[in-house]
Design a protein around this ligand. Structure first.
Ligand SMILES: NC(=O)c1ccc[n+]([C@@H]2O[C@H](COP(=O)([O-])OP(=O)(O)OC[C@H]3O[C@@H](n4cnc5c(N)ncnc54)[C@H](O)[C@@H]3O)[C@@H](O)[C@H]2O)c1
Ligand SMILES: O=C(O)C[C@H](O)C(=O)O
Ligand SMILES: [Mg+2]
Length: 491
């Protein structure tokens, strides 16, 4: 099993320490010795600024993990005549200045080009769209562009960290959309957590976009925001943490139960974290025929027959926990075949896992730190999965949203139906063949190029069957469509 389990690291890395040294008090030799003694390797030294008395230097140091990085920085800062200005690691460096940019498709080389892409030529195009707004799909970025909208209220498992702090995740999603499925996605983080304001803002933004991907908006507000936008907009709206997660979860579970030789609909499933993702995953499992699902949140099990002020939890109580189990996670997990974690870090103990039924399946999907680390759980589980990239079996909505939106944009679906989501789940599961299937390979890699293509095809086919595809049938049959459509032929 790979991975550091440290919560955010991915093994050997380099850090850049910016220091100010007072020349009379310390030599570079002393600094290099201190770094070496703390276990780091000096890889490069750059002088950022120099005066007679002081120098500012960037020292690049190879370290094995974050702990060693802390040792190295602490050793350097203890030296007389040194002031550590800041420390960057590769993860921070990759974020410098943000992770995406906008590039023109054609260069503007001369006045002639200028007068076409901009005024006066552009005016004719504007008027063509004014006369027929559908032409926005052929003559603007709308056909291939998705808004990734967050209010920063439930960012990964980090909680309500606000819109600025949510941006790196949304930029990351935009990168994935583009790299995996050639969808242009734009991150939009809103400085409001008012349900009504978010709805109005997204509605006002909609003309620019072919689809809306809502991201990291906490429950229960996310349900109303998504539902209202689905009803009030004519482009597809998809809350990724709900449905993307549910699609990938179902794909992973379909394969995991094959590995352990159980039938999904006979399994006892405990879901921890009854928020956006937990509720959507539960709905997907109920639709797949699972009966015995018990939900647990901070206050313990959600019990059938009890009353809840949170309407989403009331729905949950009415549709799950047929045995009316009560108590903590530790109580209700006894005899469970499957644990699904969509809550926060380190919620599940080894003692809890030991109480599960034979051949337990544990999907600890909280990001970035799962409910239990694979290292701790592995001796007691048969199939282990997390949401992270650095362990086997990554159950993450990135397996869904790029291919799903590729399909939705290509067939110009007006909405995303249950059939389309189920089709996407089966498509993802089908990428792993029976010969390949084993405990450590229940779900295809994010980098498996078949995933996007299979999800796209399945989604398009289901969109036509559901009657929500708005492009003439027949378009989809030709693979050359991508080329033709970019010239506007199939508008
Ligand atoms: N792997 C994936 O693809 C994926 C997708 C979506 C969400 N997630 C993860 O799932 C988690 C929840 O995301 P969300 O969007 O549903 O957020 P959310 O805020 O809507 O819901 C989180 C729920 O978990 C509960 N919770 C938090 N700590 C808990 C604890 N210690 N014990 C029990 N319940 C607890 C909260 O009360 C809340 O009801 C996050 O960690 C997120 O990173 C993973
Ligand atoms: O962002 C991810 O990695 C998955 C998911 O959307 C999450 O919120 O954790
Ligand atoms: Mg998310």
């Amino acid at each position: 099993m790979t991975g550091t389990g440290s919560g955010s690291g991915t093994g050997s890395t380099s850090i850049v320490i910016r220091i100010e040294m007072t020349k009379d008090l310390v030599t570079f030799g002393q600094i290099a010795t201190a770094i070496g003694d703390a276990g780091g390797d000096v890889v490069a030294i750059d002088v950022a600024q120099s005066s007679k008395a002081k120098t500012i230097r960037d020292i690049t140091v190879q370290v094995s993990d974050h702990q060693q990085s802390d040792h190295v920085v602490s050793a350097v800062s203890k030296l007389e005549g040194i002031q550590v200005i800041h420390v960057s690691d590769q993860t921070f460096l990759i974020h410098l200045g943000g992770k995406i940019e906008i590039m023109p498709k054609v260069p503007i080389k001369n006045r002639d080009d200028l007068s076409r892409v901009y005024t006066p030529g552009v005016a004719r195009v504007c008027m063509a769209i004014h006369e027929d707004p559908k032409k926005a799909y052929t003559l603007t970025i709308k056909r291939n562009t998705v808004a990734v909208v967050s209010d920063g209220s439930a960012v990964l498992g980090l909680g309500n960290i606000g819109p600025e702090a949510a941006m790196p995740v949304m930029e990351g999603k935009a990168m994935l959309f583009k790299q995996m499925a050639d969808v242009d996605a734009f991150p939009i983080c809103l400085d409001t957590q008012s349900t009504e304001e978010i709805i109005q803002i997204v509605k006002a933004l909609a003309p620019t976009f072919g689809g809306i991907n809502l991201e990291d908006i906490s429950s229960p507000r996310c349900f109303e925001i998504e539902q209202r936008l689905i009803e009030e907009l004519n482009i597809p709206v998809f809350h990724d943490d709900q449905h993307g997660t549910a699609v990938v979860l179902l794909a992973g579970l379909l394969n995991a139960v094959k590995v352990v030789g159980k039938e999904l609909n006979r399994c006892k499933v405990v879901v921890c974290g009854i928020g956006a993702a937990g509720i959507a995953c539960t709905k997907m499992l109920l639709a797949a025929g699972v009966v015995n699902i018990v939900g647990v949140d901070r206050e313990g099990a959600i019990v059938r027959g009890a009353s809840y002020s949170n309407s989403a939890w009331q729905w949950y109580a009415d549709h799950t926990n047929p045995e009316r189990l009560n108590g903590t996670l530790g109580d209700v997990i006894s005899g469970a075949d499957i644990f699904i974690g969509l809550s926060g870090p380190k919620v599940l103990g080894v003692e809890d896992v030991k109480k599960m039924a034979q051949d337990p399946i544990v999907f600890a999907m909280a990001n970035p730190t799962p409910e239990i680390s694979p290292e701790e759980a592995e001796p007691y589980v048969r199939v282990m999965a997390t949401g992270r990239s650095d362990y086997p079996n990554q159950i993450n909505n990135v397996l869904c949203f790029p291919g799903l939106f590729r399909g939705v944009l290509d067939c110009r679906a007006s909405r995303i139906t249950e059939e389309m989501k189920l089709a996407a789940a089966s498509a993802i599961a089908s990428v792993v063949s029976d010969e390949e299937l084993n405990e450590y390979y229940i779900i295809p890699s994010v980098f498996n190029q078949m995933v996007v293509e299979k999800v796209r095809e399945a989604v398009i086919s289901a969109a036509y069957q559901s009657g929500v595809a708005r492009r003439n049938k027949g378009w989809e049959v030709a693979k050359e469509v991508a080329v033709l459509s970019s010239s506007g032929e199939f508008a």
